[in-house]
Design a protein around this ligand. Structure first.
Ligand code: GRG
Length: 326
């Protein structure tokens, strides 16, 4: 079944996202030409804008009739996307990435030092925007950046660890991905002045969605093509990042062969052999079940919300999560 289009569920979303786009590009400018070019590089390259969309849809859960969201929500959405962008610049340096969002990665074009400093510049813009939105948003952005770093370090600590546990994997993705989807929904709620229960429900929705989102992302790294991803496929296992499908496959009867290949150090050929082995097991299906569990958990957080257009967009997003993997 085709998933409902968020723009038809919430007709004001398109115009609100256009407001985000203007403010986002404005935050990525600098008098220094190279910094302005580097800072706007990934924002201009596209991206799905899931996080700003969630901030706007969360705010719109209060609207009986679709209406444009308050400008604070737009700026909260921009701050969240800037945290995401900053983390992508840093991540691409760590991964020595060549492409991101189907364009040359910033580290490739300007070198690692400029890419890291550009990420820092974007995080500085987050501080400036947050300061204008108040103490609660400033604290939220600080907590979220700390959680992203925590998750990334957990992942790095488990590099090449064939004994990595599923709990450690889940803790890493909670920090590096789910925390930011939670932040997107929470900023929409804070900037709308929602009560504590509604804010918690939306935050927990974002967190659970983020868990499912990352698991699906990790499945796609093993099942999709580089063209579909806009970055090289199969990179996680090559980098020694053993994600959920690999952890399931390591516990299957082909586990010893995957272990042997990984311990020998993967090249492109043995990487493809290892991926084919993972895909020959139930690992992708088992991982999809875990993702489905998180998608269901996400939806469960919305049950107390009135069936407004905003709530319907979030509900549809949770349903659509699993469809992304097919
Ligand atoms: C500097 C804030 C900061 C953090 C440092 C590098 C790092 C710690 C964290 C990186 C975490 C990371 C890259 C997680 C992956 C998250 C993810 C699923 C990215 C892809 O998101 P999409 O699919 O991408 O929404 P688009 O391009 O559509 O926005």
């Amino acid at each position: 079944m085709a998933s409902p289009n968020p723009f038809s569920l919430l007709p004001t979303l398109e115009a609100d996202l256009a407001r985000v786009e203007d403010a986002l590009l404005n935050a990525c400018t600098s008098d220094l030409e190279m910094l302005g070019d580097a800072a706007s590089h990934l924002a201009r390259a596209g991206g799905k804008r899931v996080r700003p969309g969630f901030a706007i849809a969360s705010a719109a859960t209060a609207f009986g009739e679709p209406a444009a969201v308050h400008q604070d929500v737009i700026m909260g959405a921009v701050a969240t996307e800037l945290v995401h962008l900053g983390s992508l610049y840093h991540d691409d340096v760590m991964d020595e990435a060549s492409t991101r969002r189907s364009v040359e990665a910033a580290n490739q074009r300007w070198g690692n030092v400029v890419a890291i400093l550009t990420g820092d510049f974007l995080l500085a813009q987050v501080s400036l925007i947050s300061a204008a939105l108040g103490v609660e948003v400033t604290a939220l952005m600080g907590e979220t950046i700390a959680a992203l770093t925590d998750g990334q370090i957990r992942e790095l600590s488990d590099t090449n660890n064939l004994q990595r546990t599923q709990d450690n994997y889940l803790a890493a993705i909670a920090g590096k991905t789910a925390s930011l989807l939670a932040c997107a929904c929470k900023v929409g709620a804070i900037c709308s002045g929602f009560d504590a229960d509604t804010t918690t429900a939306l935050t927990d929705f974002g967190f659970a969605y983020g868990m499912g989102f990352q698991i699906v992302d990790d499945i796609l790294d093993l099942t999709a093509t580089s063209e579909q991803l806009g970055k090289p496929a199969g990179n996680d296992i090559l980098e020694g990042n053993y994600t959920l499908p690999v952890l399931f496959a390591l516990n299957s009867d082909v586990g010893p062969r995957i272990t042997e290949l990984c311990e020998a150090g993967l090249d492109l050929q043995t990487r493809d052999e290892a991926i084919a082995l993972v895909r020959s097991t139930d690992a992708v299906q088992e991982s999809l079940s875990v993702a489905r569990h998180w998608a269901d958990k996400a939806s469960a957080n919305l049950t107390e919300l009135a069936p407004t257009a905003g709530a319907n967009v979030l509900r549809a997003a949770a349903q659509d999560l699993i469809a992304r993997a097919h």
